[in-house]
Write a protein that binds this ligand. Structure first.
Ligand code: HEM
Length: 142
């Protein structure tokens, strides 16, 4: 699991995120359909299946993640608290890999040929970096 991200990767994540924002409803539908296909047990964790709401939520979430990449030290405590909340939602450690896989799938479907190996690697680096901090809450929830 990478614990660093390069400037170039930050840039690739930021640029591809900007491409997802205008198609957030479609992106949300692709993400959740994929997640619920590969991990049906996660479906009941979510309170709504309304894709307009979920589209807004997923873009907010990715927006937080993209901003976090540019200022990790400042947002680390916030990501730790996010991890504590995820424990209370009933999210398990294993589910972070499933969400990662659904996220990569969604970005690939949305960006098509622009989802280059470098862009993929950049999203993996970003997700792993953030997840490392979020899931640190599972070791020390206080
Ligand atoms: C590092 C990865 C993740 C990030 C950055 C993230 C971010 C967020 C954010 C910002 C929220 C809004 C509520 C809050 O702030 O507490 C949220 C809610 C939620 N997340 Fe995540 N999340 C991540 C991973 C996961 C995973 C692996 C699951 C497992 C399925 C998950 C399931 C949920 C659920 C169930 C909610 C509450 C939704 C609802 O009330 O309908 N998240 N997430």
């Amino acid at each position: 699991m990478p614990t660093t991200i390069t400037d170039k990767q930050r840039q690739l994540v930021t640029l591809s995120f900007a491409r997802l924002v205008p198609i957030s409803n479609e992106a949300a539908a692709i993400f959740y359909n994929r997640l619920w296909d590969i991990a049906p047990e996660t479906r009941s964790l979510f309170h709504t299946t309304d894709m307009t709401q979920q589209g807004m939520k997923i873009m907010q979430t990715l927006g937080i993640a993209v901003r976090a990449l540019h200022d990790l030290d400042t947002v680390s405590p916030m990501l730790h608290d996010l991890g504590k909340r995820h424990m209370s939602y009933g999210v398990t450690r294993d589910q972070y890999e499933l969400v990662k896989s659904a996220l990569l799938w969604m970005i690939e479907q949305c960006l098509k040929k622009d989802f280059t190996p470098d862009t993929r690697a950049a999203w993996i680096a970003a997700y792993d970096l953030i997840t490392g901090i979020v899931t640190s809450a599972y070791d020390s929830p206080q």
